[in-house]
Design a protein around this ligand. Sequence first.
Ligand code: SF4
Ligand code: SF4
Length: 220
Amino acid sequence: MPDLPEELRAEHEKAVAFARSQEETVQQRLDADRPTLTMLVNATQDGKLPRETRMAWLRKLADRINQLAQSLSACATNHCSHCCYAPVSLSFLEAKLIGAAIGVEPKAPPAQTARHAASATPTPLRPKIGHGYAWPCPFLVEDASLPSGKGGKCGIYEHRPMVCRSCLSMAASDKLCEPQPDHLVPLPLFDARVLHLLAAQIGGAEVADIRDFFPAGMAG
Ligand code: SF4
Ligand code: SF4
């Protein structure tokens, strides 16, 4: 458990307890849908298909899981967008799929990109991707009447990357999602490790942050 201020520690304990209370229901929903989920997983593994098609099947799998679990998550009710100010890592393959769908050519991933863009070495040309309200995803459409994180919308929702499709906070509120300048707060997220592994397997090693691929968002 990281060294958190008392208020965040208490919130974290509450969130973990809430997430645990939901686990059985989430599992029951996944079990009941197992035939469809298995069919979708198998489609992602079909080596005869092009990688783009396998990634499309993986998105369907993530969306299906999202449908099953979202109503039990904080994401369903809080109308928030704090997570759109965090690093958003995706493969070049995914970036090209998004680019083709929205008519914007993605930039090539920077040479110094690490597996996780947040840890990439900063350079004068490419500052380190940060975490906080100064770092919105270029596709976030903010609502100027609301504080940051409280009501933005995804401008490419139908085409958003896997990491966004699979991010579900299983806490009761969005409190822990608020970026903290001095602390990395652990969130009780939906366990999407299988989706992330499949995304890495299909997407390959060329990975960067969405801000690298689309520095100006829809403007190219
Ligand atoms: S992960 Fe957090 S900030 Fe993002 S939509 Fe869900 S509750 Fe809101
Ligand atoms: S792609 Fe959409 S959902 Fe994902 S971080 Fe950007 S604005 Fe948010």
